[in-house]
Ligand binder design. Structure first.
Ligand code: FMN
Length: 323
């Protein structure tokens, strides 16, 4: 089964499913697995660790994978984009911050430009900057983002940029989510949390197990973990993580944590290195409810496509529309 949309066309892929370029989690192995299964894998360029990025680009070899950047890492290190574009990736994704001059460089190099946005205004800006595809990310998402929910944001973005394929992101982890996104007018989905809990993902096993065990009720958006890792984003960005002993201890006390930042950041860094997720955050979204195993990434894609295809094909049998 396959689902062809404008997104599969513009990115030359079989299934309309993109791997979110998750910092430290979406490495070459996971990206290649997603591309190999018919989606598009995006290596997580994250905060701009050049050594890590070069290693992963080499490891990707001939696999047809793209790269995603948190845009302000390119402001600090513009050369990272050159290193990526030299390898002629099919697509580069930009998330957060000003799109130029990076967007122009990506287009000039002949790669597809994917922009992840959190508001309708940002979607219009991405369109004006030549985006070939736009990811509309709702607040259900794991990791950083803003406050709008996926259900209302996606169709609003679709209406605002009718000529550009839109991928929905935030809370999508199975075929129901893919089918729903397509019914909202999107041309596909970008998926993070679900792919974190796969065999190929680079994250620690203990973090994957927490994702499998958690409910979406046990996630929280905030900046506590960013304060603790000395990485506070500009307002209004916050990040969604699994609640843990650390988040509960400091809940609502951001200012106080800032006052104790030095000592707490040292403890937090130690916990991260030791894989202690009672202190270090597991970055994941509300979709954890829908994650109950750690399969190969290709199986996630096969399941999503099959379930969405079945739902969409049978949709008219599930309801009685009268009048
Ligand atoms: C562990 C993790 C790390 C992430 N890191 C990044 C990142 O480095 N850059 C980025 O653009 N988005 C990042 N995101 C957000 C994703 O791009 C995406 O919007 C999100 O995962 C979609 O929602 P979902 O998690 O419900 O699938 C991250 C998400 C997760 C779960």
């Amino acid at each position: 089964m396959s689902i062809a949309t404008r997104l599969t066309q513009v990115l030359d892929i079989e299934h309309p499913i993109l791997l979110a370029p998750m910092d430290l989690v979406a490495d070459a192995r996971l990206a290649a697995a997603v591309s190999g299964a018919g989606g598009l894998g995006l290596i997580g360029g994250g905060y701009g660790d050049e050594t890590w990025l070069l290693r992963e680009l080499d490891a990707a070899g001939d696999a047809r994978v793209g790269v995603g950047f948190i845009t302000w890492s390119l402001v600090r290190q513009p050369r990272l984009l050159d290193l990526v574009l030299e390898r002629r990736p099919p697509a580069v994704m930009l998330s957060f911050g000003e799109l130029q001059p990076h967007a122009g460089r990506i287009k000039n190099a002949g790669a597809r430009l994917i922009c992840q946005v959190q508001t309708v205004a940002q979607a219009r800006d991405a369109a004006a900057n030549g985006a070939d595809a736009i990811v509309a990310q709702g607040a259900e998402a794991g990791g950083h983002g803003m406050s709008r929910g996926t259900l209302a944001l996606v169709p609003a973005v679709v209406d605002a940029v009718p000529d550009i394929p839109v991928a929905a992101a935030g809370g999508i982890a199975d075929g129901r989510g893919l089918a729903a996104a397509l019914m909202l007018g999107a041309d596909g989905v970008l998926v993070g949390t679900r792919f974190y809990a796969t065999q190929e993902a680079a994250g620690p096993d203990a973090a994957k197990q927490r994702i499998v065990a958690a409910s979406g009720d046990q996630t929280v958006r905030g900046i506590l973990f960013d304060i603790a890792r000395r990485n506070v984003w500009p307002a209004p960005y916050t990040g969604r993580v699994l609640k843990n002993a650390f988040s509960e201890r400091w809940r609502g006390r951001e200012a106080e944590l800032l006052q104790h930042q030095q000592a707490e950041a040292a403890r937090y860094a130690e916990a991260r290195a030791a894989g202690d997720f009672d202190t270090a955050a597991v970055i994941a979204g509300e979709a954890v409810d829908l994650v109950s195993d750690i399969p190969p990434a290709g199986e996630v894609i096969a399941r999503m496509v099959k379930e969405a295809g079945t739902l969409l094909a049978g949709a008219s049998n599930r309801f009685r529309v009268a009048g």
